[in-house]
Design a protein around this ligand. Structure first.
Ligand code: FAD
Length: 446
């Protein structure tokens, strides 16, 4: 299931449910301008709360949803885009509310649908719901700005983002008490009730600190090395009933509470001894300081394993092309480690072309590790491409496409910068069409 398909299908489902209520009851007015205004107002509200509920559910790391969505990393990407779209529709809903006077001035009050006002405690709840809706939009818009502004430090963003489940509960109340009463007798009402229930449960789960708890383990740093400036290799021993990982999966690593958990691929194969190796590139504050801050013997927390970028998911019948850019090499290091062990035990490794893109192989510890590991797995043919060699570079998509044969089903596993991924995917799509199956690990969640 691609992320775009899920997103579009979900929006279509909400729009259909809204449309079925409109079909059954009409717009509640004979005036066309008021009908358009009112229904746009309701539709934007339905889309906003529906997408917000989906975003809430996607954030609670439900491992049984990993397979259909292609991994927690992909679920977080969908969470991000559903969240952004939800705030967009909420802003539209709010602007329409504000535009009420303009519609009145242009078309008069005639044909304006009657407002549904309740007395007693329900009326009081409606007032609270309205207030909450207004505050929620201000907070959500501010959150949207700092989310899209990539320079805003992640560790601060992470703390501010914790307000979202509280905000969701406020918006859920707003929707429950202000949705048209006749909705509850139609599919739109049943859908909204279901979404508000699961969204509120997800918000409660998050607020009580339950997210990922069952997969959180105490661990100890065994060794810290710096094979080259800017890269830290951290080996940890996970204690307790660590369920073990599959080659290619990742885990969240926490050194201290304030900094929070950072996702890193487990760059070693599972050996059943609780040891996990992380190869970490200095890309920001935390990763730059890691080499000095982490000490052997230090207690850390490892949460996982997560992810569907697994060696075991390959289709052996398809041609295999593996593509790594920079630190995106880590899942392939784990795959090769695992395959070397299987080969040593008499198992068969798949035939694959592994393309690795780096600036300069001579200073790159990953290029050295790849050469050593590929030597132990001869069925994997390594191609190292350097962008700093001073020659006119061949476009990466062309370099990768040389390993593909038109007309042959091909599985591509990609991990690296998003721009490189788009180019490689587009180049292969042109050559292979529907025969291409492209798996991509997203190294970015925000
Ligand atoms: C599934 C996955 C696997 C990854 N595997 C590796 C790996 O094997 N080796 C490696 O070097 N890097 C890996 N990364 C990237 C790594 O998580 C980030 O580089 C690191 O968290 C940056 O933290 P920072 O504070 O140094 O940088 P910052 O400058 O604070 O952040 C840079 C960017 O990293 C991301 N990021 C930062 N903190 C977090 C967090 N707590 N949770 C999620 N995203 C965060 C955000 O997109 C942020 O904009 C992986 C990322 C993901 C999602």
């Amino acid at each position: 299931m691609t992320l775009i398909t899920t997103f579009v299908t979900f929006i279509a489902l909400l729009a259909w449910a809204w449309g079925s209520a409109l079909w059954a009851h009409g717009a509640g007015t004979d005036s066309v301008p008021w009908a358009v205004y009112t229904q746009s107002f309701y539709l934007s509200g339905v889309l906003s709360i529906g997408l917000m509920s989906l975003a809430m559910v996607l954030a609670v790391r439900l491992t049984w949803l990993e397979r259909p969505f292609g991994g927690i990393d992909q679920m977080y990407r969908l969470h991000k885009w559903t969240g952004i779209a939800a705030v967009g529709f909420a802003a539209m809903h709010w602007l329409l509310e504000m535009a009420d006077d303009i519609v009145k001035a242009l078309y008069g009050r005639a044909g304006r649908p009657a407002e549904q006002e309740y007395g007693g405690w329900l009326g009081a709840l409606q007032d609270v719901g309205e207030e909450m809706g207004e505050w929620a939009i201000y907070v959500a818009l501010a959150m949207l700005v700092i989310t899209l502004w990539k320079r805003f430090p992640y560790h601060l963003w992470r703390h501010l983002h914790r307000v979202m489940p509280v905000l969701y509960l406020g918006v859920a109340l707003h929707s429950a008490v202000l949705a048209p009463a006749d909705y509850w007798a139609h599919p739109i009402g049943w859908l909204l009730a279901g979404l508000l229930t699961v969204g509120s449960l997800a918000a409660g789960w998050t607020l009580t600190g339950q997210v990922g708890r069952s997969r959180r383990y105490a661990a100890t740093v065994v060794s810290v090395q710096t094979p080259t400036p800017g890269v830290t290799e951290l080996v940890c021993r996970v204690q307790g009933a660590w369920r073990g990982h599959q080659a290619g999966q990742f885990a969240f690593l926490t050194l201290n509470w304030f900094e929070g958990a950072h996702p890193f691929t487990i760059a070693s194969a599972p050996h059943g001894d609780g040891l996990v190796t992380f190869q970490i590139k200095a890309l920001g504050d935390f990763t730059r300081q890691l080499g000095h801050r982490a000490q052997p013997g230090q207690p850390v927390t490892v949460e996982g394993p997560y992810g569907q970028f697994k060696l075991s998911r390959q289709r052996r019948s398809a041609r295999q092309i593996w593509v790594a850019g920079g630190v995106g090499v880590t899942p392939f290091l784990a795959w090769l480690d695992s395959l070397a062990e299987a080969t040593w035990q008499g198992g068969a490794a798949p035939e694959a072309d592994l393309h690795y893109f780096t600036r300069q192989a001579a200073d790159d510890p990953f290029a050295r590790q790849l050469r050593t590991r590929c030597a132990a797995v001869p069925s994997v043919k390594l191609h190292v491409h350097e962008s700093n060699i001073g020659l006119t570079p061949t476009p990466p998509e062309q370099l990768v496409a040389e390993s593909a044969q038109a007309g042959q089903r091909t599985e591509v596993w990609f991990c690296g910068p998003a721009g490189l991924g788009q180019r490689v995917r587009a180049g292969l799509k042109r050559k292979l069409g529907w025969r291409l199956r492209f798996h991509q690990e997203a190294f970015e969640m925000r």
